[in-house]
Design a protein around this ligand. Structure first.
Ligand code: HEM
Length: 393
């Protein structure tokens, strides 16, 4: 019901609150413009843009990894969570902006922001949240400085933000004079949407693959066989690790692993606000739903339903070998179905392939699961989870 195009409820007020409380937009910039959703959908799902973003992401991922990697040949103990976060976040910054925005201070600020962002949404008076607000403002200022550096010329590495900004000036916010800060806050929102959920899902996919021996064996064999067939050698892939869209699409088993990780770890809620009273019937009971209420759906109710997913707590990519997954709400659905879903899967595949080809991981502790609240926010892992990493090739 929540995902249907129902005139009784809307997504707008939730977005309004998120923009205002979490990201710090000024009031006149908080109103949800439906055209923005169509813009993202057209852009991110078009083959041309998806291919461009995906190729750039793969190159940026390998580049950022080489910065963070320890000398090869040595086994090391790391926080996989931190490794995933730094590499994936900085790769996203490179793909959307450029590498000049990547600094240890900017990455660290994002790490601190996402650790407490739910508090901003929770209604706690901002008076008590000065730390996180300072962190947010530091990031917005860094974006303003980055923008000022380029003056009138656009420096976005991808057309996505350039087109978005053009839309703001000519279509969505023509009623107000946009300041540099307004545009920087908008940049921050999309940087957040495109990196936070994705790196968590990279973490969980790798965690489950590496702790389920038969899955690891099948996943690794599927990648190695593919590389042996499509590249002259694995060494050639290691020197030029860029998969085409079709080659990523062909990774059926790895995609099933990602689907399972999404099922198990998406606890993000789907929000809609009621704009007209209406009656709703469930199993013969009629409910009056009043204007002004917020409806919240937790996908976990479906994702852990044993009728839909037998042995729902088990990580089992083979459950999708016979039938498609029709109940997964990780990316929402209906009118607001996440427009970044295909790009997100390609980003996660990039990290998963990279690890499977190059690294053995040995988890020292089971990750402690934390909890995030927000649209598409998955269960958080404890960054202190340590993993032994050593080069497999
Ligand atoms: C694993 C990664 C991701 C997850 C789990 C995720 C999940 C979601 C969810 C649940 C929604 C709300 C859907 C609803 O309310 O029905 C959403 C919306 C959105 N997502 Fe994602 N997302 C991910 C990655 C991305 C990426 C990579 C981008 C951009 C490059 C992106 C851009 C957006 C945007 C712009 C919206 C708002 C759509 C609207 O206004 O209707 N997401 N996402």
């Amino acid at each position: 019901m929540l995902l249907s195009n129902n005139p009784h409820f809307v997504f707008d007020t939730f977005v309004h609150d998120a923009l205002k409380h979490m990201f710090g937009h000024r009031e006149s910039m908080c109103h949800y413009k439906p055209g923005i959703n169509a813009f993202y959908t057209d852009f991110l799902l078009s083959q041309r843009h998806l291919a461009d973003l995906t190729e750039k992401y793969q190159r940026a991922y390998i580049d950022r990894w080489s910065v963070h990697a320890q000398p090869s040949g040595t086994a090391r103990r790391v926080s996989l969570y931190d490794d995933m976060f730094e590499t994936a976040f900085e790769a996203t910054v490179c793909v959307l902006f450029d590498k000049h925005l990547v600094t240890p201070a900017f990455t660290d600020a994002m790490r601190r922001f996402i650790a407490k962002d739910y508090m901003l949404m929770s209604g706690i008076p901002h008076y008590f949240l000065s730390d996180i607000i300072r962190t947010r403002e530091f990031m917005v200022q860094a974006l303003c400085t980055w923008r000022a550096r380029y003056g009138e010329t656009s420096a976005y590495a991808s057309d996505l933000l350039e087109e978005r900004e053009k839309g703001s000036r000519t279509r969505w916010h023509t009623d107000i004079t946009l300041t540099d800060r307004d545009l920087a806050v908008d940049n921050f929102v999309i940087l957040y949407a495109s990196s936070v959920n994705t790196f968590l899902m990279m973490f969980w996919t790798l965690y489950h693959i590496y702790t389920t021996p038969h899955v690891l064996a099948t996943a690794r064999a599927s990648v190695i066989t593919y590389l042996n067939t499509h590249h002259d050698s694995i060494e050639e892939y290691l020197g030029q690790p860029v998969f085409s869209l079709q080659q990523l699409e062909d990774q059926t088993y790895l995609k099933a692993c990602i689907q399972e990780a999404l099922r198990l770890h998406t606890s993000g809620f789907i929000f809609r606000d009621v704009v007209q009273d209406f009656e709703y019937e469930v199993k013969g009971e009629r409910y009056l739903i009043k204007r002004g209420e917020r409806l919240v759906s937790n996908p976990a109710f479906l994702h852990f339903d044993p009728v839909l997913y037998p042995n729902p707590d088990t990580f089992d990519p083979d459950r999708y070998s016979e039938k498609k997954d029709r109940h997964n709400l990780s990316f929402g659905g209906g009118v607001h179905y996440c427009p970044g879903r295909k790009f997100a899967r390609n980003e996660i595949l990039t990290a998963v392939i990279h690890y499977l080809v190059k690294y053995d991981l040995e988890f020292q502790d089971a990750p402690i699961v934390g909890f995030g609240v927000g649209t598409g926010t998955e269960t958080f892992a404890d960054p202190a989870t340590l993993v032994g990493v050593k080069r497999a090739l």
